[in-house]
Design a protein around this ligand. Sequence first.
Ligand code: SKM
Length: 281
Amino acid sequence: TAPSFLCGLIGSGIARSLTPTLHETEGRAQGVGYVYRILDIDSRGGLEALPRILGAAVEFGFDGLNVTHPCKQAVMPLLDDLSADARMLGAVNTVKIDGDRLTGHNTDWTGFSRNLEIGLGDTPLGGVVQLGAGGAGAAVAYATMKRGAETFTVIDADPTRSAALADRLRSQFPGRTVASGGLTDVSDAVRSANGLVHATPIGMAAHPGIALDAELLRPDLWVADVVYRPTETELLRRARAVGARTVSGVGMTVGQAVDSFRIFTGRDADEARMTAHMKRI
Ligand code: SKM
């Protein structure tokens, strides 16, 4: 008989997540049984319920869990082991369950890293400016540094938040040049950068618009977005219009699912098939 897998997503406000259908559709395409459940902490007592939900998943024989906001740090002390990168990043979005042994991984950064690789090939990243230092920001900054950004400037509307991320990156990547700033620093930073990573919620359907003055976009500036809905944000549209190379957020969402699928099942997911599915839903 074909193998079967039981997985899920723990977090808050996740009823409309696309991850369950990405996993289940890929499982079906591979001819294996695959059930992927939403385990929303909001209806189960909030963050305090996390140990209980995790324990229940182990008891019920789950193979693995994705973990999203606001549980990516809170889950860490509940695990037996962490991948080196998850430990370094200080965030877990994927938990592999083997019997009663729980191992934490992070596929947000691997997903974004491969997305950059697919989108930009082996073009050197050069100097990079990133807008947004929140949860997604930490993972994409880590990926960008790992892929060899020469210099890195992180900007956030809350400069204490960008300063904190910059401090973390300096200790993760000793010897590399990392700067931080607030919104008044955007123009100068973008003018002297080769690439722009956008990691704020602006551009999502609920937060329409663009996070910087579109006049700052230029043909020789590559632009990567983490926002994946809509698939073409205003930022990407304007960047493409001036002839810039663009990398869409769809790839990061698919990339984290591909990597989590492999961790949960030991099987490779078909990235092109998952991307096609993601664009259909
Ligand atoms: O890290 C991912 C997570 O694996 C799944 C997810 C979702 O489905 O909303 C969001 C991200 O945090």
